[in-house]
Design a protein around this ligand. Structure first.
Ligand code: IFM
Length: 728
């Protein structure tokens, strides 16, 4: 990447960009909290992984089950220069640059192109998804005829003939409801998902400025379009503006009408005004959420890049959707929502954009019925959150998938990765502690804590012989080990969940007694049950060896074969792929932090010696580069915590660059959202050492070498604060 300013990203050569196109499409995604559009080119190329993903627009289909649907493509613009179609792979590219302006949320491209017949044009294209009005999308395309005089034609359209990729071949989700012209310059497309019956409508208008243009409809079935023709003199230029509006039946009863009306409104404002409002909105977000790092340009750019991707994915006006593990930037994990949101992404928003954090937590509240259903069906009480969640909160983790060698494997996470329920509770509690949003906590938060606690109450087993409660047969955060007993993370977080629920109820009883009685009655919380919760919490088994300070990840972990990961380097595959599924289960190799994850989340409960001992033990046994991308940011924080700054920085940059450098080779699937959120946490909680205490927020800075200064803002209990740390 060539860096223009700390806010801009620009690969310099078209050749190299074309080779790594699928990942650059992810990197160059634009969005506005309502939808995300990958950075495919307007003119389209074979092999494009084109996608626009809209929050909440899920469809059910055989084999692939629930997934976010690829919405009709709003980008298409074809350019004809005196009859020759512009294409980067024909004629000659004389000059090229493309950039993502992170500050303004605008993707731009400038190309000087000579057609096969020798006519040269300069093209400047920019696009944005308005942050000021999430239903408005815009592309501006300026064309200058450098060495010829002749006719130029622009065909701008909407393409509903789009599919979702899948291992079983492309899946078509859409049925055509209608399409047509809206006068000579505009057209619309109206479609419906085949399974869930959700509707989506897009309307589009094309306008040329700087030349006398004639317009005509130019569509095919599924692809309504408008053509504009105009003449350009030598050295002259004209600008075309394509405005698009989008609505789904989730926000509008008649999405086609809403899209038409919004298009008219946008057209009456004009491109410049729309862009100015969009930029002003971005400025507001950066004002609260920016991180400034002086002395390390690469880290500076990478951090902003990660924050940009969270900001474009966070729903602004919808509390019934949440941020998928790959944001809205790719098809990975089919748009499903994991603990990635609650544990990794949320702290950034809780501390800098609490209204967005609240939306994401309300999503968990609205999906309580799905979580209750999952608990009931598995024979438990309360709420057992889905490991992978979509619109209803019911479990959507696929039961079968492909192993590292392409073999079909049973995926147990949806059944066994139950710590997610405590993770949701943790995020609720953290939000409440940081924001002091009592209203949210009384109306929604406490209920989630109580219902997840009720789940643990029914989930634990009492070991009479040892006089303790245990949890058997789970998957902890480290997914290399399945069906394990007494995973320290799960057991300790379950205990925390029960304790927090009891505190929540006590608080409600004191400050919101009516709500407390309503919940106690509605959830059948007798005094006996509450006493039982306290007993479970007190006697929950959490492995710990007081002599060494070590916490065994689960029963029998220390007896597994010990493997020195250095013996396997350098490698370009995960340890799971290297050792195979059977063997990795029998080895002390971690996909991601598990005990260290616990020591991070419940850091106050553990002393320095315990942290150090477990860091020394588990850090070298973790598959950092090819295991889970959610891990490195947490290792960066724990590295700071134990004073290993060199390792902390290495892990931090591994997280920060996971999509910009794509070492895992899967950025094409979408942004690693958990890692992106973890990057902010590593800066705030790791390097700045930010920590809430009963006396207020404190910092314990430990900046990496070279960092001259670190600055960012947080809002703590309603009060905006600026953290400004000077380095060496
Ligand atoms: O949630 C993560 C999990 O921790 C590791 N595998 C990928 C999931 C989605 O990012």
């Amino acid at each position: 990447f060539k860096q223009k300013t700390a806010y801009e990203i620009m690969p310099s050569l078209v050749g190299s960009e074309m080779c790594i196109r699928d990942r650059m499409e992810t990197v160059f995604t634009i969005g506005n909290g309502y939808l995300g559009t990958r950075g495919t080119f307007e003119e389209g190329y074979p092999g494009d992984l084109q996608a626009t993903l809209v929050h909440g627009l899920y469809d059910d289909a055989p084999l692939v089950h629930t997934e976010l649907v690829n919405a009709p493509d709003w980008l298409p613009i074809e350019l004809f220069v005196a009859g020759e179609r512009f294409s980067l792979v024909e004629g000659q590219v004389l000059d090229y640059e493309r950039w993502l302006d992170l500050r303004r949320g605008v993707l731009g491209r400038r190309v000087r192109w000579r057609s096969p017949k020798g006519r040269t044009v300069e093209i400047f294209v920019e696009r944005f998804a308005s942050l000021a009005d999430e239903h408005v999308l815009a592309i501006r395309c300026r064309v200058r005829a450098l060495d010829f005089e002749g006719q130029v034609e622009l065909r701008a359209g909407l393409n509903g003939d789009v599919k979702n990729p899948s291992p079983f071949g492309p899946v078509r989700h859409w049925q055509l409801v209608g399409q047509g012209d809206l006068g000579p310059q505009a057209c619309f497309l109206h479609v419906r998902t085949a399974g869930t019956g959700m509707e989506l409508a897009e309307a589009m208008r094309l306008e040329v400025e700087g030349a006398e243009a004639s317009y005509s409809p130019r569509g095919d079935e599924w692809r309504p379009a408008v053509a504009a023709r105009f003449r350009l003199g030598r050295g002259k230029e004209a600008t075309a503006v394509k405005l698009v509006s989008v609505y789904t039946s989730r926000e509008a009863e008649d999405p086609a009408r809403a899209a038409r009306e919004k298009l008219e409104e946008a057209a009456s404002k004009g491109y410049r005004a729309l862009r100015a409002k969009h930029e002003a909105e971005w400025a507001r977000y950066w004002q609260a959420s920016d991180v400034v790092i002086e002395g390390d340009d690469e880290a500076q750019l990478a951090v902003r890049f990660n924050l940009y991707h969270i900001l474009i994915a966070a729903p602004r006006h919808d509390e019934r959707v949440s941020i998928p593990a790959k944001t809205l930037s790719g098809f990975g994990y089919r748009g499903h929502i994991f603990w990635d949101t609650d544990i990794f992404i949320l702290p950034f928003l809780t501390y800098t954009q609490p209204h967005l954090a609240r939306n994401l937590l309300l999503y968990r509240y609205h999906t309580l019925p799905g979580a209750r259903k999952k608990a009931r069906e598995a024979g438990y009480r309360g709420a057992m959150y889905a490991w992978e969640s979509a619109l209803t909160g019911e479990e959507v983790t696929p039961r079968w998938g492909y192993g590292p060698k392409g073999e079909i494997v049973r995926i147990w996470c949806g059944d066994l990765q139950q710590h997610i329920s405590a993770d949701v509770a943790y995020a609720v509690w953290q939000y409440w502690q940081v924001t002091g949003d009592d209203e949210f906590f009384a109306d929604y938060g406490a209920e989630m804590l109580l219902e997840t606690a009720a789940f643990w109450e029914s989930r634990v087993e009492y070991n009479a012989q040892r006089g303790r409660y245990e949890i058997k047969g789970v998957i902890g955060p480290d997914e290399y080990h399945e069906h394990v007993d007494n995973n320290a993370f799960t057991n300790r977080m379950a205990r925390w969940n029960l304790e927090a629920a009891l505190k929540a109820l006590a608080w409600l009883r004191e400050f919101h007694p009516r709500r407390a009685s309503e919940l106690a009655e509605g959830l059948d919380l007798s005094e006996e049950r509450l006493a039982h919760w306290a007993d479970i919490a007190a006697r929950m088994y959490v492995p710990y060896d007081p002599e060494t300070g070590l916490i065994e990840q689960f029963d029998g972990f220390f007896e597994l074969e010990d493997v020195n990961l250095e013996d396997y380097g350098p490698r370009h595959r995960s340890m799971e792929a290297v050792l195979g599924l059977e063997k990795i289960r029998r080895c002390q190799v971690l996909k991601q932090p598990d005990v260290l994850m616990l020591l991070y989340l419940l850091g106050d409960e553990y002393d320095e010696r315990t942290k150090r001992a477990n860091w020394d033990y588990y850090e070298p046994r973790t598959d950092h580069t090819y295991g889970s991308s959610v891990g490195p940011a947490i290792h960066a924080i724990m590295g700071c915590e134990v004073g290993d700054l060199e390792a902390a920085y290495e892990h931090f940059m591994r997280a920060a660059l996971v999509d910009l450098r794509d070492p895992r080779g899967n950025t094409a699937d979408g942004i690693h959202a958990a890692s992106a959120g973890g990057v902010w946490q590593a800066v705030a909680f790791g390097f700045a050492g930010l920590k809430p205490t009963p006396q207020g927020l404190i910092t314990r800075p430990r900046l990496p070498p070279g960092w001259r200064r670190l600055r960012f803002k947080v809002i703590y209990r309603g009060k905006p604060l600026e953290i400004d740390v000077g380095g060496s």
